[in-house]
Structures are given as C-alpha cells and as structure tokens.
Write a protein that binds this ligand. Structure first.
Ligand SMILES: NC(=O)c1ccc[n+]([C@@H]2O[C@H](COP(=O)([O-])OP(=O)(O)OC[C@H]3O[C@@H](n4cnc5c(N)ncnc54)[C@H](O)[C@@H]3O)[C@@H](O)[C@H]2O)c1
Length: 391
C-alpha cells in the first residue's frame, strides 16, 4: 500500500519523547499502515533540543509548543510532558483540529480530565491515551483467553506496579514528587497503568478501599538535568523541601464482575525495577504476568486432569499471537519499545477511520474517577463506591 505522510509534532524530549520518536519511525516499516509518520517538529523547554532533533531526525525545533498548534502542516500532536501540562496542550491541540496522543496519567484531576474529553469530542479528532502495556502481546493474548471463556468466572485480581527508583532519601524533588506537577505519586503514575490493565482485562472497579502513604517526607531540590529515573547533577543536600505526593498506594478493589482484587503501587519496593504484574484466578483457569518477563504468560488450564495441571509458561512469540505477525520469527522476543510501536499502529488505523483505538480520553476520565475514589477512601478512611464520584 502506498503510504500517505502524517506530520507529527512531539512535545517533550525526555524519556517518552525518545520512546515515541522511535515508535513513529518504526511503525510504518513493520506494520501495514496507511501512513508514514514524519517527525516534523520537536517542542520542548530545555536546551540541547537540537541534539535530540538531530538524533531522531526532526526537521525543526521549537521552544514554544504553542507555535505548532496553528500550523496547517501538523496532523498529530504527541504530548510527552509532565502531567500538569497535559490539559492546556490537549485542549489547544483539539481546538486546532489535531489528532492527539497523550501520555498518562491523563490529568491532575477529574474536572480537568472532563474538560479535556469535552474538547476532543467537540473537535471530532482521534484521541489516544498511552497506556502502552495493553499492547504487550502477552497481555493482549491474556485478554483473548479471558474473552474466549478459558478463565471462566473471575474470582480474584492481584495487580501490582512496583519500582524502587526513589528509595534513596537524597533522590531529589523532581516533578514526579510534586503534586502540582504530577497529580500524585504512584497513585497517579503507576496506579493509572495498573488500573488500566485491570479495566482492560476484567472490567470496571465498583468500589474500593485505599491507603496512600508518604514515607520520605522531605527531599533535596533537583540537580541540573534531573528527569524520570535520573537525579541530575550538582544537588545541594542541605536544602530540602516537602514531598507532596504519596510514595505508595495500596487498594482492595471490588470489581463490577464480582471479582475481589488488590492493586498495589509503590516506588519504594527496594530491588523491584519495573515489576508490573497481574495474577487472575478464575473458575476454569488462572493467568500470571510480569512485565520484567514480558514475552511470557503463565496459564493454568483447570479443564485438564488435576494431575496435569500447573502453570504452563507460554512464550508469546507466535505469529498468531497479537501484533507478532509484524515482528520476528517465533521465539525471537520483543521488548519495551515495541509496545509503543504496536500502540501507534492502532492509533494510525484509527486516524484512517478503519478501527477505533483504546484507551482514549473517555478512559482517561474513568481512570481519574477511580483515582479520585482512591484519594477519597484514603482521606475519609472508608470504602468508597465509584458511583459516589461524578462521571
Ligand atoms: N507510558 C509509559 O509507560 C510512561 C513511562 C514514563 C513516563 N510516562 C509519562 O510521560 C510523561 C512524560 O514523562 P517523561 O518520563 O518523558 O518525563 P521527562 O522528565 O523524562 O521528560 C519530560 C519532557 O517534557 C519537557 N517539558 C517540560 N516542560 C515543558 C514545557 N513547558 N514545554 C515543552 N516541553 C516541556 C522537558 O523538557 C522534558 O524533555 C509523563 O506524563 C509521564 O507520566 C509514561
């Protein structure tokens, strides 16, 4: 198929700027998509953006992201900045009629999330919220097994997202540790992902009980060049300021499907680098997944004779597994970056009007509703129904 060009303006040249740029470059090479994305402009607020542009092949650099909105030659605005900037960028991009990719967590509050959703609905543009872990083939395959009835009635969900990159009390107060910039700590950053996977696989939470906790209450100010997973240099340890987000968030969750589950997220799980796991237990079978072994899915099939059961390790690399027809021969594993490429494949098909893409900004609103319920439960020390929070 002859591919049409689709011009991308990427906002933010950090961790996600890199992951997204790579995905835009790869997607038309591996997937049969109608567009060839062109890296037109990189927008940011830091010096050395020229180096970033040179590395990834962006045609232009701007230090004012607003300038890309009014440009007729830009088709997609891709937002990879800290959460406090998402609202203004999403609404501006929607009003300019651009299709939008936005990083998670979607917004700082449910009120903001609703305004952002209203803007894209009014504009009629394609909107995708990047909970990329849905695009891991093993996770999408788990979804297929559930939908095919292989797990039966689901009794339990155990979800966790455990990291340890801020365990050092001298790790500084980057934007991730400031409520006005990040919304919250793991509650926003990691529970948004963990709840998205739970919703994708077994459906909506109906009620929850949650405890959020900040263990390290003061930290030094950030050094030069601090970013995600990086303290920066030249930190003055004598100057400290309050941490205004949680370090951990643990919730007991009752799902609409009847399952009883838990969602634990923390950045203080010493030794856990990026442990994003789920276990689900059903009447006909069970599944286990860990992001650190992302090509594998453990499946227990309870329809087998008892003596032959036990968790089987499925290497999810077959051509018939989701997304893998586009990648390597069987057994040739894929990695973190492929989740972004797979996601952009789905986004491009939605821009072409051939498919829809999820999660979208409706999901962003729903996840903020769940996060608000988690905050309320913690603040009021009680079980909160999601229906108590305005939709
Ligand atoms: N989907 C995932 O798995 C995943 C992983 C990491 C981060 N994220 C999310 O992606 C977003 C960005 O995180 P990151 O890790 O890339 O952060 P980062 O700190 O590495 O990079 C943020 C970038 O935003 C830019 N920026 C900041 N203020 C700006 C402004 N006013 N105008 C233009 N650019 C500005 C910075 O220059 C920087 O390049 C966050 O919402 C984060 O939660 C998602």
């Amino acid at each position: 198929m002859k591919k049409k060009t689709l011009n991308i303006a990427m906002i933010g040249g950090g961790f996600m700027g890199k992951a997204h740029s790579n995905a835009w470059l790869r997607v038309a090479e591996f997937f049969d998509v109608p567009f060839r994305p062109v890296l037109k402009v990189i927008a940011g607020n830091k010096t050395h953006l020229e180096d970033f542009a040179d590395t990834w092949g962006y045609e232009e650099v701007t230090y004012d992201w607003r300038t890309v909105l009014s440009r007729k030659d830009i088709d997609v605005i891709d937002i990879g900045t800290p959460p406090y900037l998402h609202k203004e960028m999403v609404i501006g991009a929607a009003e300019a009629g651009k299709h939008i990719v936005c990083e998670k967590p979607f917004a700082l509050s449910l009120t903001d999330a609703k305004e952002m959703r209203e803007a894209v609905e009014k504009a009629g543009v394609v909107h995708y919220l990047n909970h990329n872990y849905r695009r891991i083939p093993a996770v999408a395959f788990a979804k297929k097994l559930i939908d095919d009835g292989r797990i039966g009635r689901i009794y339990h969900w155990r979800g966790a997202y455990l990291q340890d990159w801020v365990t050092d009390p001298d790790f500084p107060l980057t934007w991730h540790l400031r409520a006005e910039k990040a919304g919250g700590g793991p509650l926003f950053d990691l529970s948004s992902h963990a709840m998205d996977l739970a919703r994708y696989l077994i459906g909506e939470p109906a009620a929850l009980s949650c405890v959020n906790r900040t263990f390290i209450t003061e930290r030094p100010l950030p050094g030069e060049g601090a970013a995600t997973f990086s303290a920066g240099t030249g930190i003055d340890l004598s100057k400290r300021a309050p941490v205004t987000v949680d370090d951990a968030s643990f919730a007991v969750v009752e799902f609409e499907c009847g399952a009883l589950g838990s969602v634990e997220t923390t950045r203080l799980a010493t030794g856990c680098k990026n442990v994003h796991t789920f276990e689900l237990y059903g009447s006909k079978g069970s599944l286990k997944f860990n992001l650190e072994d992302m090509n594998e899915l453990l499946f227990l099939d309870a329809s087998l004779p008892a003596g032959e059961q036990g968790f089987r390790r499925i290497l999810v690399t077959e051509k018939e597994h989701p997304y893998l027809n586009a990648w390597w021969p069987t057994g040739h594993i894929i990695g973190y970056e492929h989740t972004f490429v797979n996601a952009f494949r789905d986004f491009l098909m939605a821009v072409d009007g051939k498919e829809t893409v999820k999660p979208d900004f409706n999901d962003g609103v729903q996840i903020l509703r769940i996060i608000e319920a988690m905050k309320k439960s913690d603040a009021e020390r009680r079980r909160v129904s999601i229906s108590e929070i305005d939709s």
